[in-house]
Design a protein around this ligand. Structure first.
Ligand code: AMP
Ligand code: MG
Length: 319
């Protein structure tokens, strides 16, 4: 039997119209965002959302992020209490997701929020994603376009390698510029909780929110990467390694040794953009060898990078 291959759509009017049409028909399209590629479906359709969970092998208790083309659309679906409004004004469109109280009559599939009374919402910045959202006109559920627990996709090739036989199409918007997933915040009356480190540095968010609360309740999963093994290559991963004389597949940061380098100039923005691409490339040549990664500073986007690397290096039995 021939293997199913997805339609590859271009970032032009034909591709954008086709992507919106597939969404309207209940299909699955991988779409570029500035963070990572997302696996998109109509967020109002139970069957379309069920296809996302099936294609990714994603546990049903793990809710999806809803993508909208403008802040104005949020009011139909969720409350936007302060400081959510100020955060939206400062960071949307962009790599920020906010967990907000659902409004009655929101119209979303119950699968999106996994039965919670809140929904995670983002207004992304990538021009192709925004154009598809506008052409489609409704809310789009889109988790990262990778098999559950594996390395996220930042290029069309990553998407096709991971999910190609399970999706209808992928729109080629080039490599993702931010390269790590969105920051997830839950604004609330007693402060704003940080649920996932991501593409906006904590320091920049705290200008608006004040000190963020971090949820450390053991065993409680309220955001994605809170599953300890996630973003995982096949090869075992070791962090904070001295790469001098290492016989492993080495990933450097800053000047110094390394078969790969996240950023030769020690630029954390560049390192975030390169992170998943380098993990894919290192894994492809590892052939049973471990991957050794140099220390990354725990500041700015370094926090999101280290979060992803700790989960990539975590024991796999909980994946
Ligand atoms: P992904 O799209 O793969 O980056 O994952 C999105 C993540 O957003 C999920 O894994 C959830 O844990 C998180 N999320 C989505 N909806 C909610 C919600 N209502 N409350 C808390 N976290 C959420
Ligand atoms: Mg993901």
């Amino acid at each position: 039997m021939p293997v199913h291959t997805p339609e590859i759509l271009m970032q032009n009017q034909v591709g954008i119209t086709r992507a919106a049409r597939i969404l309207a028909n209940g299909g699955l399209v991988a779409l570029p965002t500035e963070t990572v590629y997302g696996l998109a479906a109509d967020a109002r359709s139970d069957t379309a959302c069920a296809r996302i969970f099936a294609a990714k092998g994603r546990p049903r208790f793990n809710p999806l992020i809803v993508h909208l083309s403008s802040v104005d659309q949020v009011a139909d679906i969720a409350e936007l209490p302060d400081p959510a409004r100020a955060l939206a004004a400062a960071f949307w469109p962009g790599p920020l997701t906010m967990v907000l109280p659902l409004k009655p009559g929101h119209g979303l599939s119950a699968m999106v929020s996994a039965g919670l009374d809140t929904v995670a919402i983002r207004v992304p910045a990538h021009p192709a994603m925004r154009a598809v959202l506008q052409a489609f006109g409704g809310p789009v559920a889109a988790p990262s376009a990778n098999p559950s627990g594996k390395i996220s996709a930042t290029t069309v090739n990553h998407v096709v390698t991971g999910l190609g036989d399970r999706i209808d199409a992928v729109l080629d918007g080039g490599p993702c510029t931010v390269g790590v997933e969105s920051t997830i915040l839950a604004p609330g009356p007693h402060g704003t909780r940080l649920l996932r480190e991501g593409g906006i540095a904590r320091e920049d968010l705290e200008v608006i929110t004040g000190p963020l609360l971090t949820d450390t309740t053991p065993g409680k999963i309220s955001a994605p990467g809170q599953l300890s093994s996630h973003y995982a290559p096949q090869a075992p991963v070791f962090l904070n390694m001295d790469l001098t004389d290492s016989a492993a597949i080495t990933v450097g940061f800053g000047p110094g040794p390394g078969r790969f380098n996240l950023s030769a100039t020690a630029d954390l923005t560049e390192a975030a953009a390169n992170l998943f691409g380098i993990l894919h490339a290192a894994d492809a040549i590892a052939a049973g060898q471990p991957i050794h990664i140099a220390p990354i500073p725990e500041t700015g986007l370094g926090r999101a990078i280290n979060d992803r690397l700790r989960r990539a290096a975590a024991p796999r039995d909980q994946a």
